[in-house]
Design a protein around this ligand. Structure first.
Ligand code: NAD
Length: 468
């Protein structure tokens, strides 16, 4: 869905901002630049709509199932627009749309149960769950649809209304998703607001918002927590990651190399729980580097709309600059690029898939979140040293252990300080599981019933037992 006349060059209309195609680096459309002052009206309307929406769980189920059908019916338009403004290959966009519809279905019949509270007294206590009110959902640009639905599906299923603010890098697909889903819901139950900062900051601080659910970087997450403190709204933060993949001595390198590579490079490495560091036993380190470098060199990089492309561009110019700078600092510190190491000499935000060896352990590409197609592979001598290094950052989102002896691998996975650990794969999530980072990677729990109850508050009623 175009949101206004196409803009050419710098010809963006007043009140709109340009949206850039990362495969060309050129603006191709524009989105409304909503002002913070407009939020009062938006939140008021969300509050009014909440009265009806909270009252009828059966109507909510019907509406959310209809919304899932509508997302699937609009799948082709959504996926094409997503690739255009986000950059990912079209197959990945289709998978994201499918996941968005699946999430709406998953939460459509939430089964929120009244629970008895029993004790010795002659009263009957009952716990009934209540929605919170208007929820602010603020999301990043790497999975605009999937992450938005991870916020609004459980929030709406719980009986809240939602004001959704996408990243200014991916406003168009979210607007289209908003109009598709909203057509199945009563008016103002889901509202998408697009705009540049301070729109997100003001939404997080708005006194009419009862839950701020945020996905994005650690620094912005801290700022959101401070803003939401003004109204003491509930806060859920899903933040950055720097996941380690720890390879054991008995790993079958050739067998796992494809899976490990794509766990790091899917969506051009712009995945919160991508593999961002690999630790390999020193004895097999060079084989691991070689196997990954071969895949990096043979991966097809190109515009996401080209069916041959396996890796698209990075989403935006600052992200490309960050990846370039982390890589340059690693190379200046003595690292060797076994593959890639540079941006591609073509328009758009393309960076060659890069495998780095001999990287200093204190290089930012190891200690920070590169969020791009660059993977350092570090050797280790002892397992204890590797576990300590894997746990040695401020992040704690996910981690994985790779080896042939599954019991041994699982015992090592137990030692990882993170929210989700995998054996012989990485970053595959079930809709039913809790999703929560530790340390700087997050506050609160999303996913499954935990995500649902994160959008509800307990309300307890006591009444005397009959006859007492
Ligand atoms: P970001 O923190 O820059 O922006 C996230 C969102 O916050 C955007 O909508 C942005 O416009 C908005 N925002 C910016 N400043 C704000 C402010 N002061 N107050 C309120 N909102 C503000 O993150 P990004 O660059 O868009 O996304 C990449 C980051 O997101 C990475 O760190 C990645 O790991 C993280 N991420 C985490 C998860 C997870 O589930 N843990 C999932 C995806 C991405």
């Amino acid at each position: 869905m175009a949101t206004g006349p196409r803009c050419h060059g710098s010809g963006t209309r007043s009140g709109y901002f340009a949206v850039v195609d990362p495969a060309t680096g050129e603006p191709f459309d524009e989105a409304p630049d909503r002002q913070a002052a407009e939020l009062d009206d938006v939140v008021d309307r969300a509050h009014t709509a909440w009265r009806g929406w909270r009252a009828d769980p059966a109507a909510r189920t019907t509406a959310l199932l209809a919304a899932a059908d509508a997302v699937e019916a609009a799948g082709s338009d959504l996926a094409t627009l997503l690739t255009r403004e986000q950059g990912k290959p079209l197959t990945e966009s289709h998978a994201e749309v499918a996941r968005t519809a699946a999430r709406l279905r998953h939460f459509a019949e939430p089964g929120i149960e009244t629970q008895p509270i029993t004790d010795d007294r002659p009263v009957r206590g009952e716990l009934r769950w209540r929605p919170l009110g208007p929820v602010a959902a603020i999301v990043p640009w790497n999975f605009p649809l999937q992450l938005a639905s991870a916020k609004f599906a459980p929030a709406l299923a719980a009986g809240n209304t939602v004001v959704l603010k996408p990243s200014p890098y991916t406003p168009l697909t979210t607007r289209l998703l908003g109009s598709v889903v909203s057509a199945a819901l009563p008016e103002d139950v889901l509202t998408v607001v697009t705009g540049r900062e301070p729109l997100g900051a003001r939404l997080a601080a708005h006194p009419g918002i009862r839950h701020v659910t945020f996905t994005g970087s650690v620094p912005t997450g801290r700022s959101v927590a401070r803003q939401a403190a003004a109204s003491l709204a509930r806060v859920t933060l899903e933040l950055g990651g720097n996941d380690a993949a720890l390879l054991l001595e008995d790993v079958d390198v050739e067998k796992i190399a494809d899976r490990l590579f794509w766990a790091a490079f899917r969506n051009c490495g712009q995945v919160c729980m991508a593999v961002k560091r690999v630790y390999a036993p020193a004895r097999i380190h060079s084989r691991v580097v070689e196997a990954l470098a071969h895949r990096a060199e043979t991966a097809v990089v190109g515009p996401g709309l080209d069916p041959a492309s396996q890796l698209g561009p990075l989403n935006n110019a600052p992200q490309l600059a960050r990846v370039e700078s982390y890589t340059a600092r690693a190379l200046a510190g003595g690292a060797r690029a076994a593959a890639g190491g540079h941006r591609l000499d073509r328009p758009g935000y393309f960076f060659a898939p890069t495998i780095l060896a001999d990287v200093p352990a204190d290089s930012p590409v190891v200690t920070e979140e590169q969020f791009g197609p660059v993977l350092p592979v570090l050797p280790y001598e002892s397992l204890d040293e590797a576990v300590e290094a894997a746990n040695g950052t401020r992040f704690g989102l996910g981690g994985s252990v790779w080896g042939t002896d599954l019991d041994r691998a699982e015992a090592v996975a137990e030692r990882l300080e993170c929210g989700t650990a995998w054996i012989n794969h990485h970053a595959e999530l079930s809709l039913a599981q809790p999703f929560a980072g530790v340390k700087d990677s997050g506050v609160g729990v999303a996913g499954g019933p935990w995500g649902l109850y994160g959008n509800l508050r307990p309300f307890v009623v006591h009444r005397p037992q009959e006859g007492s």
